[in-house]
Design a protein around this ligand. Structure first.
Ligand SMILES: [Zn+2]
Length: 88
């Protein structure tokens, strides 16, 4: 029960313009992107592949993964604080 409520409370959608392409490789963002700091320093909106290569991880203070849902909006799916399902 509490788990479901937590998930609902954590339904965050990306506000603002959706990145059209990956800041690193330039591929068109289709269904998912990660907003994270690169290992080189600057922040970037990355495709999942570039995030694996250049990202600093997912979680509080680092990467936030957003995925496009049927409503057409990008919902945050990973990158919650440590108490959640953050990885790395
Ligand atoms: Zn990329």
């Amino acid at each position: 029960m509490p788990k479901l409520e937590t998930r609902m409370a954590r339904d965050i959608t990306w506000i603002g313009s959706i990145p059209k392409e990956c800041d690193i490789c330039g591929i068109a963002i289709a269904n998912a992107f990660v907003d994270d700091m690169t290992r080189e320093g600057p922040w970037a909106n990355m495709c999942p592949d570039c995030h694996r290569l250049h990202g600093c991880g997912l979680g509080l203070g680092v990467g936030q993964r957003y995925e496009k849902k049927p409503d057409g909006k990008f919902h945050k799916t990973e990158g919650w604080p440590p108490t959640g399902n953050a990885s790395i």
